[in-house]
Design a binder for this molecule. Sequence first.
Ligand SMILES: Nc1nc2c(ncn2[C@@H]2O[C@H](COP(=O)(O)OP(=O)(O)OP(=O)(O)O)[C@@H](O)[C@H]2O)c(=O)[nH]1
Ligand SMILES: [Mg+2]
Length: 305
Amino acid sequence: MEVTVVIPTLNEEEAIGEVVEGFVKRGYRVLVIDGNSQDRTREIAKEKGAEVVIQSGKGKGQAVAEAFEIVNSDVLVLIDGDGSYLPEEVDKLLEPIKRGIADHVVGNRFANFEKGAFTRLNLFGNKVLNFFFRFAYGIELRDILSGYRAMTKEVYKNADLKKPGFEVETELTVETIAKGFRIMEVPITYRKRGGRTKLNPLKDGFKIGKTIYELLSRYSPARYLYFAGLAFIIAGLIFGCYVVVEWFARVTHYLLAILTTLFIITGVQLVMFGLIADFIFRSNVEFRKEIRRLKEAVEREGKGD
Ligand SMILES: Nc1nc2c(ncn2[C@@H]2O[C@H](COP(=O)(O)OP(=O)(O)OP(=O)(O)O)[C@@H](O)[C@H]2O)c(=O)[nH]1
Ligand SMILES: [Mg+2]
């Protein structure tokens, strides 16, 4: 199994050396995709034996998408260049893929994190976003924003990445599950980063939250519509209560009453569209899974000849 380690970097001269070294020492091919660092990141990475490419655009997401095009090995490992993850733990991520029980393995940082690895705000933000993800998608994942993951060629070549920045982990996760691949988490260690963070917790956190809802339409258009419908129905009910209470006090709100019915009808319709979308989408996913199984069976047969 050929493995390439991809490291997106932006001004990580403090830690990039040890990260690259950790993998080169173990015999892995390492590709550093750099966001035009203004420090010695590229120099150090090359010195330690990595191949270095400067990304053509901006942002971690764009860098990752570009690396996915360049790399062609059976498995791709993605890791941050800030020294917060341990290269020696890479086998934990590779094992489920080798055993054939997962297509995408994510290192769960909450299993074992050093004091100070998460700032208080980052820890809180991560928990909230993971909770929101589980609620919206109904999938039991605990650390969707982890920067240490391994995936098969099928996963990374089929991932349609459109988000430029720190939404990339969310998009990768959603792309995986939306396309019917198997994702799983394994416990890993998380350390305090070297150098300075590139993440703006509030701005990026908000973008990630928005992305989680937006991408729900890719995984389950039904759920996307249910949530939108529910929001309309709740708003309609609130208006409705107000109209009725006022009506008892002999005040009639004609316009608001019309708005109430419109909101509730719209909400109910969205939920109904959701039901239809759900049916179509489910059969689609089933078809795709079946086609993949068939393709694999045919390939196996071909090799057997
Ligand atoms: N190529 C490239 N890499 C980037 C860019 N922005 C961030 N990175 C890298 O992406 C990785 C993750 O960024 P971090 O700043 O560590 O973000 P984080 O891990 O969410 O936040 P911390 O908890 O502060 O470490 C690091 O290796 C960064 O150097 C970018 O625009 N281009
Ligand atoms: Mg980091």
